[in-house]
Write a protein of this length. Sequence first.
Length: 309
Amino acid sequence: MESSLEIKGKGPKPFFWWRCSRAYRHQENVHLVSQNLSFLKAGNKRIVTCLDLIPLFMPSSLLEKCWRGFLYSGIKKADHVISISQATKKDLVRIYKLDPRRVTPVLLGVTPEFKPYNKRASRELLGLPREEKIILQVGTAAPRKNFITTLKAFDRIARGNGNIRLVKVNPAGIKDKEFIARSGLSSKVLVRESAAKEHMPHYYAAADVFVFPSLYEGFGLPVLEAMACGCPVIASNNSSIPEVVGEAGIMIDPLNEVLWKEMILSVLSDQGLSQKLSAEGLERARLFTWQKTAGETLQVYQKIFKNSS
């Protein structure tokens, strides 16, 4: 099995489609690494990795729901599905009525670049304030990332605390920007529209607390990255997030802005709690490696592709 394994997803898109056609013609086994590719025909047996099904029950529009429904149409026909969390497996079983035995959760890993760095040096590198406390959130502008709850909690925090800054990596949504302007938080909220890949570990290292109030996740990789960098984590208590955080972070209702305010202030003011969360997060993150992910994926190959050409 190991000697015959060939990765064909690399290279320009035209070659990708040619390789898909070749796999079909030559009756090859195929692993499609995203549910967005599940509609493609495989020559022999097909494994599909499903990251999440969020667009089906939290679509940005009816058009997206219909389009995603087409892209995901091959999920039910797959010989086996790999999910990236138990939560995503439950969604697959619930929405597509799959036999649970046809779905294997294989959790993601974190790359070695995500590790503790010197906080002061990281802040200097990123041009962040040296002395202020920093609250960090990382994520897209999608409403489900729930930056608005962070903003509402921070608005309460900022009223009595002048030395705390909120940093958001990746764009803020229109409603988020409107709230920032309306609340007079423009000088206290720093939105970095983009960040170089090599700088991301330093954002986590520069922060005093990482917040992740997402309404739904297929996995929640930023939480894992934050823990791997030793940043204390406060996250939502829903979907796949408890699978990642375990007992190594604080998990709360994503819509309770008052509780978010209280928990953030607790971490920022209690050095013992901050150090405890940092140490437990580092230990927890060591359980998630890409070597483990690869090994569990190979086990699925050996099970599904066994005795097939």
